[in-house]
Design a protein around this ligand. Structure first.
Ligand SMILES: [Zn+2]
Length: 138
């Protein structure tokens, strides 16, 4: 998913919820935008480089090539069902985490739409399953 779309949609949601949640809407950006930090972290570990522009190009190329095998092989420490459940549990105790969860759900929904558009299917969303059944990229 294009980062500017995540940022824009998070911003629109923050405006909509601002009257009810005030400054807490800033936490929407953590779940709605900043969770994509796991992409450059993966790139850093795999290629020993923290070049954000190259990392962004790498992931966009995978999408353009419809390279589902490479896409599935990427370990995303925040884009998974385990993160969702951790946020869900803590959201009962913290409004800040609830805002992060709302942004997270929005972010993952947009990613799923984008993935389906590129690959005509959805990837594995379990971090545990990814770690157990790690596929090597081609
Ligand atoms: Zn994402």
């Amino acid at each position: 998913m294009i980062l500017t779309i995540h940022l824009l949609v998070s911003f629109i949601l923050a405006i909509i919820l601002y009257r009810s949640y005030s400054y807490l809407v800033l936490f929407i950006f953590l779940g709605g935008f900043l969770i994509d930090i796991d992409h450059p972290l993966y790139y850093l570990i795999r290629f020993k480089s923290f070049n954000l522009k190259k990392a962004y190009s790498y992931f966009m190329e995978i999408g353009k090539r419809n390279d589902l095998r490479s896409y599935e092989s990427v370990i995303r420490i925040f884009h998974n069902i385990e993160t969702f459940f951790v946020l869900l549990i803590f959201s009962f105790f913290s409004k800040e985490v609830l805002m992060i969860l709302i942004g997270f759900i929005l972010h993952i929904s947009l990613d799923m739409i984008s993935e389906y558009r590129y690959f005509s299917c959805l990837r594995n969303y379990s971090l545990l399953r990814s770690l157990i059944k790690k596929q090597k990229p081609l």
